[in-house]
Design a protein around this ligand. Structure first.
Ligand SMILES: [Mg+2]
Length: 198
């Protein structure tokens, strides 16, 4: 397993709010985990977001993963929710304004907060300033959590399958983790299997 860089990196988010004090931290990826976005028009977008690209405004068509709103409401009450995306803020920040109408997401982290490592944008959880025994990441890309795989709940890549139930099926898994003394003990137990492709 690759190690996080030894160089000192500043803490990416501020302290927990007092009402989040006893909650675990849930780090959520955005693209292909909660939504799928494309420049190509799609039949039923949830949002059409104008984003500036090379000095021009270009429409981005955004499709929410099924159960996204239900999922966010459920986890928003039980976890300190952080959205950590490798996308640029000029797209992801206005999208989160639309997606998170109830302001359930406490912190938003964008590409500049990722660590470039072997051609990927890694989300180094050790830079959050949170107890790693109490921190979970949900991300469709295993590269994102290559430094802390025992903190990860893998999820498949969402593009446009409107029968997708993964966010709904994740809720009981997160329920169990919510009360685990150390999430890595639960999630790490599956690691060997995962690496074998099981
Ligand atoms: Mg993703």
């Amino acid at each position: 397993m690759p190690s996080p860089p030894k160089v000192h990196r500043e803490q990416l988010i501020g302290p927990k709010r007092s009402d989040d004090h006893s909650k675990k931290t849930l780090v959520l990826d955005l693209d292909e985990t909660l939504v799928h976005s494309s420049f190509k028009p799609i039949p039923n977008p949830d949002y059409i977001l104008p984003v500036e690209v090379d000095g021009k405004l270009v429409d981005v068509y955004v499709l929410k993963r099924p159960w996204c709103d239900h999922f966010m409401e459920s986890v928003g009450a039980r976890f300190e929710v952080v959205v950590f995306t490798a996308s640029l803020a000029k797209y992801a920040d206005p999208l989160l304004d639309l997606l998170d109408k109830q302001q359930l997401v406490r912190w938003r982290l964008f590409r500049e907060s990722c660590f470039p490592y072997e051609g990927n944008y890694v989300k180094d959880l050790s830079c959050l300033g949170r107890d790693l025994s109490q921190t979970i990441i949900v991300d469709n890309s295993p590269h994102s959590y290559v430094f802390q795989p025992a903190n990860a709940v893998p999820i498949s890549t969402f593009i446009d399958n409107m029968d997708d139930q993964e966010l709904l099926e994740l809720l009981p898994v997160l329920n169990e983790l919510e009360h685990a003394p150390d999430v890595r003990t639960v999630l790490g137990a599956n690691l060997g299997l995962r690496e074998l492709g099981g």
